[in-house]
Design a protein around this ligand. Structure first.
Ligand SMILES: [Zn+2]
Length: 124
């Protein structure tokens, strides 16, 4: 069994955290706290993130379909990259697969790649 936060092997620990409806094991009180803090933050920012996704991703896609102006695709990608960078909230499946710690890094790396690509395309 591995810790759902840091993916360290767990031997005799019986600390559990709840993600969604399932219970997962963590290796220490610190990892339990990390998960709890993440879930609280996720809950707190959920509505704001949905709003940002509507404004910065869905709206530009609709505008692009209507106007065929590629600037809206750029806006959409910048929006997506920024949201992922500032709110690195991985899906629960990603967390289960890689652990929370790595999942956050993965989301941020993808965000940086998206933003760098835009920057590169804009400059060159
Ligand atoms: Zn851990």
């Amino acid at each position: 069994m591995k810790c759902i936060n840091c993916k360290k092997e767990i031997f005799d620990n019986k600390i559990l955290v709840k993600i969604g409806k399932k219970n997962f094991s963590v290796c220490s009180e610190k990892c339990k706290k990390d998960i709890d803090t993440f879930l609280k933050k996720e809950n707190k920012w959920k509505n704001i993130i949905i709003l940002l996704v509507m404004l910065l991703i869905i709206m530009p896609i609709i505008l692009y379909i209507v106007t065929k102006n590629e600037a809206f695709i750029t806006i959409m990608l910048i929006g997506m990259g920024s949201i992922m960078f500032f709110f690195p909230i991985p899906t629960h499946q990603t967390i289960i697969l890689f652990g929370l710690k790595k999942s956050k890094i993965i989301v941020r790396v993808i965000a940086i790649i998206i933003l760098l690509r835009i920057l590169y395309k804009t400059v060159f």
